[in-house]
Design a protein around this ligand. Structure first.
Ligand code: XLS
Ligand code: MG
Length: 364
């Protein structure tokens, strides 16, 4: 079995932030963007998740040659720090051309803008040595359902995926589903939608999914089941572990901080499937608390990582023979108690029993 150190971890530079939220401005001075790379290794991370403009700032104003030169400069910083670029994602939610979405916008010129940003992201991925384009389809949805033709929107998303596969014959496309925010209702809200698009595409082997814990929770789904679904189709390219306290705004809370048992189950599913053995990253997408002092604020990253390691230990010391016996006896009350006491570090006395109270030996 793998040791916890065999996992590789990644985060995006946006996870070290100044604490602004929709109701208030920054509460910390900005930590210089390019100095963030020097923090990765000491925090225990080797992978960098990128938006296109995290690599090339002011991307819309730059020529292809300038973009390539800038990307090469960032690549040399990564090489010097011993860091790996995990993916590049086009930021299709910021520019005025994306106010009504990118690939699904009702404006042909805005759709063209979205496609050009996608091409630039693929070019950047190639320059910095990443083989993956992440599509978080932020504004591909609507505020009111009558605003777009949903069937056409889904066709346009698939068309863009096919165009990207044609534009570059090696790049992988990882779809990161999310059901809402910033739109009221997003297209491609779950991993099921993403996997369907993968199979419908012209090169299904190169289209996969990235599952973020909180995004599944926002859809009212269990993240470990979402991960299991993708794993069953060999389509789990990456994960963004974090947490969410119920159905509200996207919180990006520290991993395991709100739903400890759900976090345990995510790792249980990932470990059982050997996730990570082909170099897949454990990504974190966590937000620093606005109240936290200091510059840069990184405790949310190190604490989430620490919880991940604790839970890996919990998964590895979980007695699967006992689980099997409880399943066999269909004693889910007993199994649940075992799981809860295991998570709490309480010595377990309970064993599965037959309906007439006889203790099953397999689980002792
Ligand atoms: C936002 C997304 C974003 C992606 C990359 O909710 O999680 O951070 O991971 O674009
Ligand atoms: Mg994410």
């Amino acid at each position: 079995m793998k040791s916890p150190s065999s996992y590789r971890f990644s985060f995006g530079p946006w996870n070290i932030s100044e604490g602004a939220d929709p109701f208030g401005p920054e509460v910390r001075p900005a930590y210089p963007h390019e100095q963030k790379y020097a923090l990765y290794k000491s925090l225990g991370f080797e992978g960098v998740q990128f938006h296109d403009d995290d690599v090339v700032t002011d991307i819309d104003a730059k020529s292809p040659a300038q973009i390539a030169a800038e990307a090469r400069r960032i690549k040399s910083i990564l090489d010097n720090e011993g860091l790996v670029p995990e993916f590049v994602a086009p930021r299709l939610w910021f520019a005025e051309q994306t106010v009504d979405g990118g690939y699904t916008s009702n404006s042909a010129s805005d759709r063209q803008y979205a496609w050009e940003r996608t091409q630039k992201s693929i070019d950047i991925a190639n320059e910095i040595g990443s083989g993956a384009l992440v599509l978080w389809l932020a504004r591909e949805g609507t505020y009111i359902r009558e605003a777009k033709d949903a069937k056409l929107a889904y066709e346009r998303i698939l068309e863009t995926i096919n165009r990207a596969l044609e534009y570059d014959d090696k790049i992988e496309i990882w779809i990161e589903p999310k059901p809402n925010e910033p739109t009221d209702q997003a297209y491609v809200p779950t991993i099921g939608h993403a996997v369907a698009l993968a199979y419908a595409s012209q090169d299904p082997n190169r289209v996969k999914g990235l599952i973020e814990t909180a995004h599944a929770q926002l859809a009212g789904l269990d993240p470990s089941d979402e991960m299991a679904f993708a794993l069953a189709h060999d389509k789990l390219a990456s994960v963004h572990l974090n947490d969410q306290n119920g159905l509200k705004y996207d919180q990006d809370k520290n991993f395991a901080s709100s739903n400890l048992r759900a976090a345990f189950n995510q790792i249980r599913v990932l470990e059982a499937a050997g996730y990570g053995s082909r170099g897949e990253f454990i990504g974190l997408d966590v937000k620093a608390m606005r109240t936290q002092k200091g510059v840069p604020v990184t405790e949310h990253l190190s604490n989430s990582l620490r919880m991940f390691h604790h839970l890996v230990e919990k998964v590895r010391s979980y007695d699967t023979a006992k689980e099997a016996a409880f399943r066999e006896a269909r004693d889910y009350e007993g199994l649940e108690l075992y799981v809860m006491e295991h998570l709490m570090g309480v010595h377990q006395a309970s064993s599965p029993s037959t309906p007439n109270g006889e203790v099953l030996s397999a689980a002792q």
